[in-house]
Design a protein around this ligand. Structure first.
Ligand code: GZL
Length: 329
């Protein structure tokens, strides 16, 4: 009897030592540490539910996790950075295999990302970026090039007013203050239009990516500026809210005030068909499938690209009708 007990204790000790000695790469954990069924567990800290784009993004992530057999722990931060940080800390305590999040703003992430790194939990940035200097804090970025989106918006404007010399007064509805899409879409647009002095951005203010705020700020723009020629909105929801304000002011959106928007949600294509939006620069929210593939690779310790950009286009009014039936979000 004593021999059997000793054998059991010895086996346990050897097993214990072996597992402590396995040289798993720092950024991989045993799949399913955080779950009882051995499935890969992904903690996802979403920005919120502020726009049609965000709703489509969340749907894509949820459906892709289901399809990939990945256990998704999901949190909605209601556009507050402190809530995203709390969610990431919770995921660390729950010992998830991998964390993904769309940082609501670019700055202020190093501390919590270092906590994830020290816990051996790899992080994937999806949709929005961070300005951390320490790029070892995340394994990859999956999303769009927002500067390019701003440049595409600027290129449309330059082409639309080619050959004219009259001043063109632009008002700009910026996305969430401090967010990568707001910073970069503003920079890309300004970079393109700076070449022609007839373009003047006479007002630029955040509408926080929401319809309500977009309408409110556009109402203020209309009160303080008689001669607005163009609205550049960093997303469709703000553009659609602004369109209500423009119509309530007795002006025709798309005609009296041309409207440039970004995202490409279905409602924006309908507005283009109604001639109320002139051009939409697409920003693809359907990142779920690629995110799950990256999560599996990262947990398995496989190398992944530092940046994975999604494909997207630009749609003008005359393309809207044909494109609308095929829109997935
Ligand atoms: C862009 C995304 C932005 C969208 C908005 O990738 O972060 O946030 O353009 C959304 O609609 O609110």
């Amino acid at each position: 009897m004593a021999h059997r007990a000793l054998r059991i204790i010895a086996a346990a000790l050897v097993g214990g030592v072996l597992s402590a000695c396995t040289t798993e790469p720092a950024t991989t954990g045993t799949t399913g540490k955080g779950s009882s069924d051995g499935k890969l567990v992904l903690g996802f800290a979403q920005v919120g539910a502020e726009s049609g784009w965000r709703t489509a993004n969340t749907k894509s992530v949820r459906e892709a996790a289901e399809k990939a057999g990945i256990t998704l722990k999901f949190s909605d931060a209601q556009q507050k950075q402190e809530n995203q940080i709390k969610a990431i800390r919770t995921f660390i305590q729950q010992k998830v295999d991998v964390i993904a999040f769309s940082p609501v703003v670019e700055s202020g992430w190093d501390t919590v990302l270092k906590e994830a790194k020290n816990a051996g939990i790899p992080v994937i940035l999806t949709d929005r970026a961070v300005d951390s200097q320490d790029t070892s804090l995340y394994r990859t970025f999956l999303g769009s090039d927002f500067v390019k989106e701003g440049q595409e918006a600027g290129k449309w404007l330059v082409k639309e007013y080619e050959g004219t010399s009259e001043p063109v007064n632009v008002v700009e509805l910026q996305g969430t203050t401090g967010s990568a899409p707001a910073n970069d879409r503003k920079a890309g647009f300004a970079d393109v239009i700076k070449g022609d002095p007839k373009f003047k951005v006479v007002a630029s203010q955040t509408g926080d990516f929401t319809r309500a705020k977009g309408k409110e700020v556009m109402q203020a723009f209309l009160k303080s500026h008689e001669d607005i020629d163009v609205l550049y909105a960093h997303n469709d929801d703000m553009a659609l809210g602004a369109i209500q304000a423009i119509e309530e002011a007795g002006k025709k959106p798309g005609v009296d005030i041309k409207v440039i928007s970004v995202d490409g949600i279905k409602d924006a294509f309908v507005a283009m068909q109604e001639k109320k939006i002139n051009v939409v620069v697409e920003c693809n929210p359907l990142l779920g499938g690629q995110l799950m593939e990256l999560a599996k690779k990262v947990v398995a310790g496989e190398s992944v690209p530092r940046r994975v950009e999604v494909k997207e286009g630009v749609f003008t009014q005359d393309e809207a009708a044909a494109a609308l039936p095929g829109r997935q979000y």
